[in-house]
Design a protein around this ligand. Structure first.
Ligand code: KIV
Length: 272
Protein backbone atom coordinates (compact mmCIF):
# COMPACT_ATOMS: atom_id res chain seq x y z
CA UNK A 1 0.00 0.00 0.00
CA UNK A 2 1.40 3.44 -0.90
CA UNK A 3 2.12 5.86 1.94
CA UNK A 4 -0.51 8.23 0.53
CA UNK A 5 -3.36 5.71 1.05
CA UNK A 6 -4.68 6.28 4.56
CA UNK A 7 -6.37 3.33 6.24
CA UNK A 8 -9.76 4.22 7.74
CA UNK A 9 -10.40 2.81 11.19
CA UNK A 10 -13.93 1.42 11.16
CA UNK A 11 -16.35 2.02 14.02
CA UNK A 12 -17.44 -1.36 15.42
CA UNK A 13 -19.85 -2.29 18.21
CA UNK A 14 -16.74 -2.89 20.32
CA UNK A 15 -15.59 0.68 19.67
CA UNK A 16 -19.06 1.97 20.66
CA UNK A 17 -18.94 0.08 23.97
CA UNK A 18 -15.44 1.42 24.68
CA UNK A 19 -16.63 4.97 24.01
CA UNK A 20 -18.93 4.70 27.04
CA UNK A 21 -16.17 3.47 29.34
CA UNK A 22 -13.78 6.09 27.89
CA UNK A 23 -16.45 8.81 28.37
CA UNK A 24 -16.37 9.76 24.68
CA UNK A 25 -19.80 10.81 23.41
CA UNK A 26 -21.30 8.85 20.50
CA UNK A 27 -22.69 10.72 17.47
CA UNK A 28 -25.48 9.14 15.43
CA UNK A 29 -27.62 10.45 12.55
CA UNK A 30 -30.13 8.87 10.20
CA UNK A 31 -29.25 8.06 6.57
CA UNK A 32 -31.44 6.57 3.88
CA UNK A 33 -29.50 7.10 0.64
CA UNK A 34 -26.01 6.93 -0.87
CA UNK A 35 -25.33 10.67 -1.34
CA UNK A 36 -26.24 11.73 2.19
CA UNK A 37 -24.56 8.68 3.78
CA UNK A 38 -21.31 9.57 2.02
CA UNK A 39 -21.34 13.10 3.48
CA UNK A 40 -22.19 11.89 7.01
CA UNK A 41 -19.55 9.15 6.91
CA UNK A 42 -16.85 11.58 5.69
CA UNK A 43 -17.91 14.09 8.37
CA UNK A 44 -17.08 11.52 11.05
CA UNK A 45 -20.49 10.45 12.39
CA UNK A 46 -19.96 7.29 14.47
CA UNK A 47 -23.25 5.49 13.71
CA UNK A 48 -25.56 5.85 10.70
CA UNK A 49 -29.12 4.73 11.42
CA UNK A 50 -31.15 3.54 8.46
CA UNK A 51 -34.25 4.47 10.43
CA UNK A 52 -37.82 3.53 9.67
CA UNK A 53 -38.33 7.31 9.84
CA UNK A 54 -37.63 6.91 6.10
CA UNK A 55 -41.36 6.18 6.04
CA UNK A 56 -42.01 9.82 7.06
CA UNK A 57 -39.00 11.63 5.64
CA UNK A 58 -38.50 9.85 2.30
CA UNK A 59 -41.97 8.50 1.53
CA UNK A 60 -44.20 11.17 3.15
CA UNK A 61 -46.25 8.80 5.33
CA UNK A 62 -47.68 10.11 8.61
CA UNK A 63 -46.24 7.23 10.66
CA UNK A 64 -43.40 4.71 10.47
CA UNK A 65 -45.83 1.81 10.19
CA UNK A 66 -46.19 1.44 6.39
CA UNK A 67 -42.51 0.93 5.48
CA UNK A 68 -41.70 -2.67 4.50
CA UNK A 69 -38.71 -4.93 5.11
CA UNK A 70 -37.89 -4.81 1.36
CA UNK A 71 -37.90 -1.00 1.42
CA UNK A 72 -35.64 -0.94 4.51
CA UNK A 73 -33.23 -3.31 2.75
CA UNK A 74 -33.18 -1.03 -0.32
CA UNK A 75 -32.32 2.02 1.83
CA UNK A 76 -29.68 0.03 3.74
CA UNK A 77 -28.02 -1.17 0.51
CA UNK A 78 -27.74 2.45 -0.71
CA UNK A 79 -26.22 3.61 2.60
CA UNK A 80 -23.76 0.74 2.85
CA UNK A 81 -22.32 1.52 -0.62
CA UNK A 82 -21.25 4.95 0.68
CA UNK A 83 -19.79 4.02 4.04
CA UNK A 84 -16.09 3.65 4.80
CA UNK A 85 -15.96 4.30 8.55
CA UNK A 86 -19.36 4.56 10.27
CA UNK A 87 -21.19 1.66 11.92
CA UNK A 88 -24.52 1.08 10.12
CA UNK A 89 -27.64 0.01 12.05
CA UNK A 90 -30.96 -0.74 10.35
CA UNK A 91 -34.44 -0.59 11.90
CA UNK A 92 -36.50 -3.76 11.76
CA UNK A 93 -39.78 -2.31 10.44
CA UNK A 94 -43.20 -2.69 12.03
CA UNK A 95 -44.61 -6.18 11.43
CA UNK A 96 -41.23 -7.82 10.79
CA UNK A 97 -40.53 -8.97 14.37
CA UNK A 98 -43.34 -8.29 16.86
CA UNK A 99 -44.67 -11.41 18.60
CA UNK A 100 -42.51 -13.95 16.78
CA UNK A 101 -38.81 -14.49 17.60
CA UNK A 102 -38.23 -16.77 14.55
CA UNK A 103 -39.73 -14.15 12.23
CA UNK A 104 -37.56 -11.53 13.96
CA UNK A 105 -34.47 -13.63 13.32
CA UNK A 106 -35.45 -14.17 9.65
CA UNK A 107 -35.96 -10.42 9.18
CA UNK A 108 -32.64 -9.57 10.83
CA UNK A 109 -30.80 -12.16 8.72
CA UNK A 110 -32.37 -10.77 5.52
CA UNK A 111 -31.21 -7.26 6.42
CA UNK A 112 -27.66 -8.41 7.19
CA UNK A 113 -27.36 -10.71 4.15
CA UNK A 114 -29.04 -8.54 1.52
CA UNK A 115 -27.70 -5.12 2.55
CA UNK A 116 -24.35 -5.79 4.21
CA UNK A 117 -25.38 -3.67 7.23
CA UNK A 118 -23.60 -4.15 10.56
CA UNK A 119 -26.47 -4.40 13.06
CA UNK A 120 -30.23 -4.06 13.59
CA UNK A 121 -32.48 -2.02 15.88
CA UNK A 122 -35.77 -3.13 17.49
CA UNK A 123 -38.29 -1.10 19.50
CA UNK A 124 -39.43 -2.32 22.93
CA UNK A 125 -38.29 -4.02 26.14
CA UNK A 126 -39.49 -7.13 27.95
CA UNK A 127 -42.08 -7.93 25.25
CA UNK A 128 -39.42 -8.35 22.53
CA UNK A 129 -36.68 -9.85 24.72
CA UNK A 130 -36.93 -13.33 23.18
CA UNK A 131 -36.52 -11.86 19.71
CA UNK A 132 -33.48 -9.85 20.86
CA UNK A 133 -31.93 -13.03 22.32
CA UNK A 134 -32.59 -15.02 19.12
CA UNK A 135 -31.02 -12.37 16.90
CA UNK A 136 -28.01 -12.00 19.22
CA UNK A 137 -27.54 -15.77 19.29
CA UNK A 138 -27.12 -15.67 15.50
CA UNK A 139 -24.19 -13.28 15.96
CA UNK A 140 -26.10 -10.18 14.86
CA UNK A 141 -25.49 -7.09 17.02
CA UNK A 142 -28.68 -5.47 18.35
CA UNK A 143 -29.48 -1.88 19.31
CA UNK A 144 -32.51 -1.42 21.58
CA UNK A 145 -35.01 1.47 21.54
CA UNK A 146 -37.05 2.56 24.61
CA UNK A 147 -39.21 5.53 25.63
CA UNK A 148 -41.22 6.92 22.74
CA UNK A 149 -41.30 4.03 20.29
CA UNK A 150 -43.02 5.36 17.14
CA UNK A 151 -44.09 1.91 15.91
CA UNK A 152 -46.48 1.87 18.92
CA UNK A 153 -47.98 5.30 18.19
CA UNK A 154 -51.53 3.96 18.08
CA UNK A 155 -51.05 2.51 21.57
CA UNK A 156 -49.63 5.79 22.96
CA UNK A 157 -52.06 8.03 21.02
CA UNK A 158 -49.60 10.98 20.92
CA UNK A 159 -45.92 11.78 20.33
CA UNK A 160 -45.55 13.53 23.74
CA UNK A 161 -42.80 12.88 26.31
CA UNK A 162 -42.88 9.33 27.73
CA UNK A 163 -42.19 7.97 31.24
CA UNK A 164 -43.03 11.14 33.18
CA UNK A 165 -44.97 9.03 35.70
CA UNK A 166 -43.19 6.74 38.16
CA UNK A 167 -44.77 3.49 36.91
CA UNK A 168 -43.69 4.03 33.32
CA UNK A 169 -40.24 5.28 34.41
CA UNK A 170 -39.76 2.11 36.51
CA UNK A 171 -40.84 -0.09 33.59
CA UNK A 172 -38.37 1.73 31.32
CA UNK A 173 -35.53 1.15 33.83
CA UNK A 174 -36.44 -2.53 34.09
CA UNK A 175 -36.51 -2.84 30.27
CA UNK A 176 -33.13 -1.09 30.00
CA UNK A 177 -31.63 -3.56 32.49
CA UNK A 178 -33.07 -6.52 30.54
CA UNK A 179 -31.66 -5.25 27.21
CA UNK A 180 -28.34 -4.55 28.93
CA UNK A 181 -28.18 -8.10 30.36
CA UNK A 182 -29.28 -9.60 27.02
CA UNK A 183 -26.21 -8.03 25.38
CA UNK A 184 -27.45 -5.11 23.25
CA UNK A 185 -24.51 -2.93 22.19
CA UNK A 186 -26.48 0.33 22.53
CA UNK A 187 -29.97 1.53 23.44
CA UNK A 188 -31.81 4.54 21.99
CA UNK A 189 -33.79 6.51 24.58
CA UNK A 190 -36.41 8.65 22.85
CA UNK A 191 -38.28 11.62 24.33
CA UNK A 192 -38.05 11.00 28.07
CA UNK A 193 -37.23 13.41 30.93
CA UNK A 194 -33.52 14.36 31.11
CA UNK A 195 -33.31 13.09 34.70
CA UNK A 196 -34.50 9.64 33.65
CA UNK A 197 -32.07 9.69 30.71
CA UNK A 198 -29.28 10.28 33.21
CA UNK A 199 -30.48 7.59 35.65
CA UNK A 200 -30.76 4.92 32.94
CA UNK A 201 -27.35 5.82 31.49
CA UNK A 202 -25.78 5.39 34.95
CA UNK A 203 -27.73 2.21 35.70
CA UNK A 204 -26.51 0.10 32.77
CA UNK A 205 -23.19 -0.72 31.08
CA UNK A 206 -24.70 -0.53 27.60
CA UNK A 207 -24.19 2.87 25.91
CA UNK A 208 -27.39 4.95 25.69
CA UNK A 209 -28.09 7.22 22.72
CA UNK A 210 -30.66 9.91 23.36
CA UNK A 211 -33.10 11.82 21.19
CA UNK A 212 -34.95 14.28 23.40
CA UNK A 213 -33.54 12.49 26.47
CA UNK A 214 -31.28 15.26 27.80
CA UNK A 215 -27.50 15.77 27.84
CA UNK A 216 -26.46 12.86 30.09
CA UNK A 217 -26.95 9.96 27.69
CA UNK A 218 -23.77 8.43 26.24
CA UNK A 219 -24.56 9.72 22.77
CA UNK A 220 -27.09 11.69 20.74
CA UNK A 221 -29.10 10.96 17.60
CA UNK A 222 -31.19 13.22 15.37
CA UNK A 223 -33.02 12.72 12.10
CA UNK A 224 -30.63 14.23 9.54
CA UNK A 225 -33.37 15.90 7.49
CA UNK A 226 -34.60 17.65 10.68
CA UNK A 227 -31.19 18.95 11.83
CA UNK A 228 -30.39 20.16 8.30
CA UNK A 229 -33.74 21.96 8.07
CA UNK A 230 -34.91 19.99 5.03
CA UNK A 231 -38.11 19.06 6.86
CA UNK A 232 -40.15 22.10 7.85
CA UNK A 233 -43.15 21.33 10.01
CA UNK A 234 -41.50 19.20 12.73
CA UNK A 235 -40.32 21.45 15.55
CA UNK A 236 -39.93 19.59 18.86
CA UNK A 237 -38.05 21.31 21.68
CA UNK A 238 -35.15 18.84 21.49
CA UNK A 239 -34.36 19.59 17.84
CA UNK A 240 -31.42 21.86 16.98
CA UNK A 241 -31.47 22.99 13.34
CA UNK A 242 -27.92 23.57 12.13
CA UNK A 243 -28.93 24.98 8.75
CA UNK A 244 -32.14 25.82 6.90
CA UNK A 245 -31.76 23.79 3.71
CA UNK A 246 -35.47 23.91 2.86
CA UNK A 247 -35.23 27.62 2.03
CA UNK A 248 -31.67 27.40 0.64
CA UNK A 249 -32.65 24.64 -1.79
CA UNK A 250 -35.91 26.36 -2.72
CA UNK A 251 -34.07 29.60 -3.55
CA UNK A 252 -31.44 27.75 -5.65
CA UNK A 253 -34.20 25.92 -7.55
CA UNK A 254 -36.10 29.18 -8.13
CA UNK A 255 -32.94 30.77 -9.50
CA UNK A 256 -32.38 27.78 -11.84
CA UNK A 257 -35.97 28.04 -13.08
CA UNK A 258 -35.53 31.79 -13.72
CA UNK A 259 -32.25 31.17 -15.57
CA UNK A 260 -33.86 28.52 -17.80
CA UNK A 261 -36.84 30.71 -18.63
CA UNK A 262 -34.65 33.79 -19.27
CA UNK A 263 -32.37 31.80 -21.59
CA UNK A 264 -29.47 32.50 -19.21
CA UNK A 265 -28.76 28.78 -18.66
CA UNK A 266 -26.80 27.18 -20.24
CA UNK A 267 -24.32 29.89 -21.18
CA UNK A 268 -21.41 29.63 -23.67
CA UNK A 269 -19.14 27.82 -21.23
CA UNK A 270 -21.85 25.33 -20.28
CA UNK A 271 -22.19 23.75 -23.73
CA UNK A 272 -20.14 21.65 -26.20
O1 KIV B 1 -36.22 5.82 12.74
C1 KIV B 1 -35.60 6.71 13.35
O2 KIV B 1 -35.22 7.75 12.79
C2 KIV B 1 -35.31 6.49 14.76
C3 KIV B 1 -34.69 7.63 15.51
C4 KIV B 1 -35.71 8.63 15.86
C5 KIV B 1 -33.93 7.18 16.69
O3 KIV B 1 -35.58 5.46 15.28
Amino acid sequence: MSAAVKEVKRVTTHVIRNMKSGKEKISMLTAYDYSMARILDEAGIDILLVGDSASNVMAGHETTLPITLEQMIYHAQSVIRAVKRSLVVVDLPFGSYQGNPMKALDSAIRIMKESGAHSVKLEGGEEILESVARILSAGIPVMGHLGLTPQSIYKFGTYTVRAKEEDEANKLKKDARLLDEAGCYAIVLEKIPAKLGMEVSRLINTPTIGIGAGPHTDGQVLVTHDMLGITKDFNPRFLRRYVNLYDTIKEAVRQYSRDVKDGDFPNEKEQY
